[in-house]
Design a protein around this ligand. Structure first.
Ligand SMILES: [Zn+2]
Length: 496
């Protein structure tokens, strides 16, 4: 090889100097100008600290710099959009690890269905709804099925695509960058989302767990965990082990403490152990990450045993949805195998109305014990379970940190020892959610090199009064570096 002439060597060194400097100090006028710089704010970066940066720069789909205004503003060039945050708060874009958004759109719901509305509790209405749901569980069980056994593959229509777009508009406004669909029953909707992604029309990222009833066809289509793109990706499959606590159909080791509906006293187990073992084995064989709806301790035990018999390890990131009743032995088994507890923030206030009657005071110590689980280092992640609860992550955040309903009940909070603090709860819907979706190297915190999924709030949830979190103002949502929602939006739960 020829020796490098002196002049060239100097320029090579100069270039190397620019390239090896900190990401935040590229020379002005370099081709490295950011497309977008957010400055003069409070940037909560996620996993490694609480609000230490002032500014963030984005180029293409990714974050290129995070730090002080002085350092990050050097990334601004003549064509860079600069946004003065005026002290606003920036967090990693919210993620919701358990929703039924796509399925709701498949049902043809309009925009109104996705807007959070607080309805005061009506015991008579709630009683009837639980009875109907329980009856449905009894009938499904009598057919020897689980609630996710039936799949469909509808043709893609313009109406379906439009209904999905109406849905994502509302989701993006609420500061949510990524949603996980917990059990999609119609693969046609997945086709529609892939088309919308190709047409460049998506604003929200969709990670899809197919329902058990769709897994064989999904596999024939070439789908498995990780297949997809930046906007739509297959995350895995959802199984269903038991019913719900409200209708007394969640499967418990010991009978319910009450019997308001006349259903089987130990709840309903959709998966016996043999089928659970077999379904989990098949999911692994087809390459699908597994999560299982498991609310009662007996439902949790069956799912966990099936995971263990199929060699689950922390590398798999398999999860259990809900995990509402869990004694120490089950929690220890989850920790040992790295099984993730996927919890729903709003259940911390909703379920106060029936959990004690259903379980009895003694057993309540093993219920909704989210702080215990965090302290014991169970891997955890947060979600909403939309449409059973509202999607809005700030509503969930307020409920999980106060454990008090918006109408103030109960004063002091329900099982207040199990309250989460704000940074912890935020991590469950940002960095920990990215981890649970095998995306922690690419997303979930605000760091150079990661995808730019960001939410801007006028108020800082780390410092605002906890009972004001739900009414905080969303100013902007950025997903994959694109501004997908802009303008002040707030959803105060109670009319002022
Ligand atoms: Zn659900």
């Amino acid at each position: 090889m020829d020796a490098i002439p002196p002049m060239s060597r100097r320029s090579a060194l100069a270039l190397a100097g620019a390239a090896t400097g900190s990401l935040a100090v590229a020379a002005p006028d370099s081709p490295g100008h950011a497309d977008l710089v957010l400055h003069s704010g409070v940037v909560w970066t996620g996993e490694h600290g609480n609000g230490t940066a002032q500014a963030v720069a984005v180029k293409g789909a990714r974050i290129v710099a995070v730090g002080s205004d002085r350092r990050v503003l050097r990334w601004a060039g003549p064509r860079t959009r600069r946004i003065d945050l005026r002290g606003a708060f920036v967090a990693p874009g919210f993620r919701d690890q358990h929703t039924h958004l796509i399925q709701t759109a498949v049902g043809g719901a309009g925009a109104q269905a996705y807007r959070p509305v607080f309805t005061p509790y009506d015991e008579r209405e709630a009683f009837e709804a639980r009875r109907r749901n329980g009856q449905r569980h009894v009938e499904i069980h009598a057919r020897g099925e689980t609630p996710v056994d039936r799949g469909a593959h509808s043709p893609v229509t313009e109406k379906l695509k439009n209904d999905l777009l109406v849905m994502q508009e509302e989701v993006a406004k609420q500061g949510v960058s990524t949603v996980v669909e917990a059990g999609l029953r119609d693969l046609g909707a997945l086709d529609a989302l892939f088309q919308l992604a190709e047409e460049g029309r998506l604003k929200v990222r969709f990670l899809v767990r197919v329902a058990w009833g769709c897994i064989e066809e999904a596999a024939r289509m070439g789908l498995r965990t990780g297949v997809g793109n930046e906007w739509v990706k297959v995350l895995g499959v959802k199984l269903y082990s038991d019913g719900w606590l409200g209708p007394r159909t969640a499967a418990l080791r010991k009978p319910y403490s009450d019997d308001p509906y006349g259903f089987p006293r130990g709840g309903i187990l959709f998966l016996d152990q043999e089928r659970a073992d077999r379904d989990v084995a098949r999911a692994r064989e087809l390459g699908f990450n597994v999560t299982t709806h498991a609310i009662g301790d007996r439902g949790v035990r069956v799912a966990l045993t099936a995971y263990e018999r199929n060699g689950v390890s922390p590398r798999d990131r398999w999860a259990l949805e809900h995990v509402q009743v869990a004694e120490d032995d089950l929690i220890e088994r989850m920790i040992r195998r790295g099984v993730i507890a996927s919890i729903q923030f709003s259940f911390a206030t909703t379920d106060q109305r029936f959990a004690e009657r259903a379980l009895g005071r003694h057993r309540l110590r093993h219920a909704y014990r989210w702080r215990d689980m965090l302290r014991a280092r169970v891997p955890m992640v947060g979600g909403s379970d939309f449409a059973n609860e509202v999607l809005d992550p700030l509503w969930g955040l307020q409920r999980v940190v106060t454990r008090t309903e918006f109408d103030g009940t109960p004063p002091g909070g329900w099982l207040p020892d199990q309250r989460l603090d704000v940074p912890t709860a935020l991590r469950l819907i940002t960095s920990r959610a990215a981890f649970a979706s095998l995306e922690e190297h690419e997303r979930g915190t605000i760091e150079p090199g990661k995808y730019a999924d960001l939410v801007v709030l006028r108020e800082n949830p780390l410092t605002v009064a906890p009972d004001r979190i739900a009414g905080a103002t969303r100013l902007m949502t950025i997903t994959n570096g694109r501004i997908v929602a802009e303008g002040a939006v707030r959803y105060p739960p109670l009319a002022p």
